[in-house]
Write a protein of this length. Structure first.
Length: 393
């Protein structure tokens, strides 16, 4: 199993200048190739990776773009490969049309393959550099493993990171168990499990909200442009955002690792977070909860350890359905946190939803019901129809 190990490093002034120059060249080549392919598309022609690579050779020979020869050629070729993947996803209708990279807003990164770096005795030296990178080894790489790809990046806060892609033999399937759990995400509690356990929402953004607002006001007062004072104010805002993101990511990693290790089957709800954040009253809280990141971490860790993640259709009435008798309430406003069914059962809204999600997920393993959203599996039978008993007239 391939796994990326990410570390922070501290470049010298020479290394920082070389990497910044590489980032700029990568962005320039990507935009030039995207322009060429867009113009060719308008002429009803197609340009593939090989043709783009030939264009890159010609661009380097021009006086205007001669500076492309000053950096390693591997990150430039990798930029063309990334553009090819972007077009492949576009034609497969998995993504939108590729966009141009911005100097101020796009991620600064460069990818090196084995021919463009040397990794010996724990020292990583990139092409066009004489000295190895000063890496803060927060954890060691697996014994006897060398990286196949190295990606260097710089975040908006000015921090430098290196990500090494390696084969990790330590990732082994966990022993199979018969435990299954339903997981309901929320705002009052980050997670509510079908066992009745509730995990508090840390609300990481709220802790730094005052400091963030102050830094953003100071940034807004700076004159527009590339001035040093504005750059300092922008970096201050970025550092606060980075601190919030790091804390949130750490919490989600610990939660998802624990859930995957303890359970064989994990049932979640397929939420359209992109549409939910359009609610102006809940957008900040939903973004801080990071439900999409939680699902992403849960799914790839389940793949590592041979666990199963089932996503129930977002229209499944998990909150309005009685987990005891199957009666379906017509309305369930958000402010109702506890309710009593006609059968006499009293439900906590979130625990009841988690139990219903678990029941719908178990219907998948037992009956093969389709609980993925219809856009992914058109024509699939809804698990709602199998799990909700019909009421007698």
């Amino acid at each position: 199993m391939k796994r990326a190990f990410k570390y922070r490093f501290y470049p010298t002034d020479v290394q920082a200048a070389e990497l910044s120059r590489t980032f700029g060249c990568v962005r320039k080549v990507y935009n030039l190739a995207l322009t060429a392919r867009t113009q060719a598309w308008a002429r009803q022609e197609r340009v593939n990776y090989n043709q783009s690579s030939a264009m890159l050779t010609l661009w380097k020979k021009t006086e205007e773009l001669a500076y492309l020869n000053e950096v390693s050629s591997v990150p430039l070729q990798q930029a063309l490969r990334h553009l090819q993947v972007a077009f492949t996803n576009f034609f497969a209708r998995r993504a939108k049309y590729p966009r141009f990279k911005s100097r101020k807003r796009s991620r600064k990164s460069a990818e090196y393959t084995t021919s463009a770096f040397r990794f010996r005795n724990g020292l990583l030296t990139l092409a066009k550099m004489r000295e190895p990178l000063d890496i803060a080894w927060s954890r060691s790489l697996p014994a006897g493993v060398s990286p196949s790809t190295v990606t260097v990046s710089q975040d908006p806060a000015g921090r430098w990171f290196v990500s090494m892609l390696c084969e990790d033999p330590s990732i082994q399937p966990l022993p199979a168990t018969d435990t299954a759990i339903g997981i309901d995400v929320g705002l009052n509690h980050l997670l509510t499990l079908s066992t009745g356990e509730k995990i508090a929402n840390p609300r990481h953004e709220r802790r730094d909200r005052a400091a963030l607002a102050t830094a953003q006001r100071r940034l807004a007062r700076k004159a527009n442009g590339d001035g040093a004072n504005r750059a300092k104010a922008r970096r201050k805002v970025a550092k606060i955002h980075a601190r919030i993101t790091d804390r949130r990511r750490d919490t989600l990693h610990k939660l998802t690792t624990r859930l995957v290790r303890e359970n064989q089957t994990l049932v979640i709800e397929d939420l359209s977070v992109r549409n939910m954040v359009k609610n102006r009253n809940l957008a900040r809280a939903i973004s801080d909860a990071a439900w999409a990141d939680f699902r992403s971490l849960l799914e790839y860790k389940a793949q590592w350890y041979r666990r199963e993640v089932i996503a129930v259709d977002r229209w499944f009435p998990s909150s309005k359905l009685c987990s005891h008798c199957g009666d379906l309430k017509e309305r369930m406003p958000l402010h109702v946190r506890t309710w009593t069914c006609g059968c006499g059962a009293t439900h906590d809204r979130d625990v009841n939803a988690a139990k219903n999600l678990l029941a719908a997920g178990l219907a998948v393993t037992a009956c093969g019901a389709g609980v993925r959203p219809q856009r992914s599996t058109p024509g699939g039978q809804s698990a709602t129809k199998q799990e909700t008993p019909r009421r007698e007239p």
